[in-house]
Design a protein around this ligand. Structure first.
Ligand SMILES: NC(=O)c1ccc[n+]([C@@H]2O[C@H](COP(=O)([O-])OP(=O)(O)OC[C@H]3O[C@@H](n4cnc5c(N)ncnc54)[C@H](OP(=O)(O)O)[C@@H]3O)[C@@H](O)[C@H]2O)c1
Length: 333
């Protein structure tokens, strides 16, 4: 019954949304900065920006990886005049971030778009984390997003234009076994994005919070090494996306000025369910959410029961069959 009501409603909303879709902003000839641009989702976004004719600066720490990515990006330029620049900075160091952003504005040109993709995940049960792991996750994922934003916002406000992207995760909206610290650092980005958009909207600056699902990147491969068995089983319910698809959706949504960027039906359900007091793009969107929220809460409840069942099953397994975490390395016995 619920599905019968929801499907036509969803189709009508999609048609209206398509007809009333906002014009995409062009980044041709504009300066786009991508933190975390040497790998994974960030590198895919940087490639797409280069294909669209933007001057691109990629930021990361490892200079070899940066140089390799810079060469790869150059192949996608649509004009010889396009600058593909790299900067080695730790985004968790405010002074370095501010100085380098000032410098690249002078060498490459005024920054038009800041895409924060630098981030990392370490999984584990809350008691397994070292103090250093906790600090690293908060510093890289939260401060490493806040600092570039803090440094660039005054310039964007002065110029009365700019686009800011924050890369959260699906666990920016929902907690998940094994993600206690990572999820906290990504939840913080939602608070940041929702507050920030109120501050910058009058200045013609848009804010997008990207919520990627599991994406096949070097970072994801690394994350898998620390995932407890329960987390593996819970995440397997959603599937794995290509960084190219996630990057395309992220870039399209941010250039259209959407607040949330998500991909896939599961993410649509999750984002609608967790919409709360977040900004909206159109009244049609709000109407769909009003109708969908009740039934989706019911679907969500079934998911929670299913997750609880998986966790309980693992809990009841003999201890030696469960995941053992030794110095952040997961061994399945
Ligand atoms: N992959 C997924 O399944 C997934 C799902 C949801 C959300 N996300 C989020 O999406 C973003 C990209 O993830 P990914 O999987 O593409 O990761 P990735 O392949 O590991 O790439 C991470 C990038 O961030 C850079 N970086 C990390 N720490 C940094 C620091 N302190 N300062 C500057 N640069 C830093 C890395 O370069 P260096 O190490 O050289 O600095 C690299 O370029 C992250 O925020 C992640 O949390 C990913």
């Amino acid at each position: 019954m619920i599905i019968i009501i929801l499907i036509p409603l969803f189709i009508i909303a999609l048609i209206i949304k398509y007809l009333k879709r906002r014009k995409k902003v062009s980044i041709e000839g504009k300066h786009v900065v991508v933190t975390g641009g040497s790998s994974g989702i960030g590198k895919s976004v940087a490639i797409l920006a280069a294909k669209k004719g933007a001057h691109v600066t990629i930021i990361a720490r490892n200079i070899d990886k940066l140089s390799e990515a810079q060469e790869e990006l150059k192949k996608y330029r649509v004009s010889e005049d396009q600058i593909i620049n790299k900067v080695s900075v730790d985004v968790a160091n405010y002074e370095d971030v501010e100085n380098n952003l000032c410098e690249i504005e002078e060498t490459v040109g005024p920054i038009f778009m800041l895409i924060n993709c630098a981030g990392m995940a370490i999984c584990g049960r809350v008691e397994d984390f070292t103090e250093q792991d906790i600090k690293t996750l908060i510093e890289v994922n939260f401060l490493g997003t806040l600092y570039p934003i803090k440094a660039i916002v005054p310039k964007f406000k002065q110029r009365r234009e700019g686009i800011i992207v924050l890369t959260g995760s699906q666990v920016s909206l929902v907690g998940m076994y094994g993600y206690s610290v990572y999820s906290s650092s990504k939840f913080a980005l939602r608070g940041l994005a929702e507050s920030l958009i109120m501050e910058v909207k009058p200045y013609n600056i848009s804010v997008t919070l990207a919520l990627p699902p599991d994406t096949n990147t070097p970072g994801f491969e690394n994350e898998n090494k620390t995932k407890p068995k329960e987390t593996h089983l819970l995440s397997n319910t959603a599937g794995l996306y290509n960084p190219e698809d996630v990057a395309k959706k992220l870039l399209d949504d941010s250039l259209m000025g959407h607040f949330f960027s998500f991909i896939g039906l599961e993410s649509f359900i999750l984002t609608t369910l967790c919409v709360g007091m977040s900004p909206f793009g159109s009244f049609v969107e709000v109407l769909v959410q009003c109708v969908a929220l009740g039934p989706l809460r019911l679907i969500g409840a079934f998911y929670i029961m299913y997750f609880d069942k998986i966790i309980k099953k693992c809990f009841l397994e003999p201890v030696k069959k469960r995941t053992v975490i030794i110095n952040s390395i997961v061994l399945f016995s």
